[in-house]
Design a protein around this ligand. Sequence first.
Ligand SMILES: NC(=O)C1=CN([C@@H]2O[C@H](COP(=O)(O)OP(=O)(O)OC[C@H]3O[C@@H](n4cnc5c(N)ncnc54)[C@H](O)[C@@H]3O)[C@@H](O)[C@H]2O)C=CC1
Ligand SMILES: O=C(O)C1=N[C@H](C(=O)O)C[C@H](O)C1
Length: 234
Amino acid sequence: MKIALLGYGKMGKTIEQIAIKRGHEIVLKVDKNDDNYDITQADVAIDFSIPTVAFNNITNCLNNGVPVISGTTGWLQDYDKAVALCEEKNGAFIYASNFSLGVNIFFELNKTLAKMMNTLKQYNVSMEEIHHTQKLDAPSGTAITLAEGIIENHSGYDNWKLDEAAEKSLPIVAKRIEDVPGTHTVNYESEVDTITIEHTAHNRKGFALGAVIASEWIIGKTGIFNMNDVLNIG
Ligand SMILES: NC(=O)C1=CN([C@@H]2O[C@H](COP(=O)(O)OP(=O)(O)OC[C@H]3O[C@@H](n4cnc5c(N)ncnc54)[C@H](O)[C@@H]3O)[C@@H](O)[C@H]2O)C=CC1
Ligand SMILES: O=C(O)C1=N[C@H](C(=O)O)C[C@H](O)C1
């Protein structure tokens, strides 16, 4: 498979290593200021760039008939437009806030726990995410997906807020500590005890492997998919 990497930072470089090990070829590495490139030489594009350019990268792929996998977070105000363009062009597109197998299992566990806790009003839910200091967005995309999983399954919450507690709001605390790849914690706290579920990434290889697996999976398909489709879970 011929892969274009849109964003050649920490994730782009980790994806390159894993893709080559799995027998793929990197035909394009696009980073900032690389404007003049032909995306059509790739079978699939993998976008791990920055929030302000992800939507442009995705639309360029869809306009040129190249399936696109995006892991960039912090651009979701334009997600519906990307979906509409993908439908219009009969293209193929996957966005996931987190591509790792472990986090996708954690997402399902989180929804199940929220359902179980729905009637237990003595427990208050809160979340914490910790990432490296270079991260541009807060809260993390993964924390937002976790919050949405709780809101869909627990009647005590209908929105989330960063660093703020309010009626029916799920509070998310975002911490930035040097070199942390990504830790997400969900707490249910009552007067007498606390139930905690936590996912800790030890490095970026899980995210990168998931993105390469998603790229392999999407070849020959059209539509808008997510990681549950790829991993056949949920
Ligand atoms: N969904 C997932 O599983 C994961 C998502 N992420 C997200 O992926 C994104 C990238 O993460 P990292 O690689 O750690 O960040 P990074 O900062 O190391 O890399 C981003 C790269 O994008 C480049 N860039 C800037 N403008 C560009 C343009 N116009 N076109 C292409 N590239 C451009 C930057 O120069 C930089 O090299 C972030 O939004 C992060 O939150 C990170 C890890 C896992
Ligand atoms: O920026 C990161 O590093 C990460 N971003 C993603 C997010 O925002 O959830 C996924 C992972 O936590 C690492």
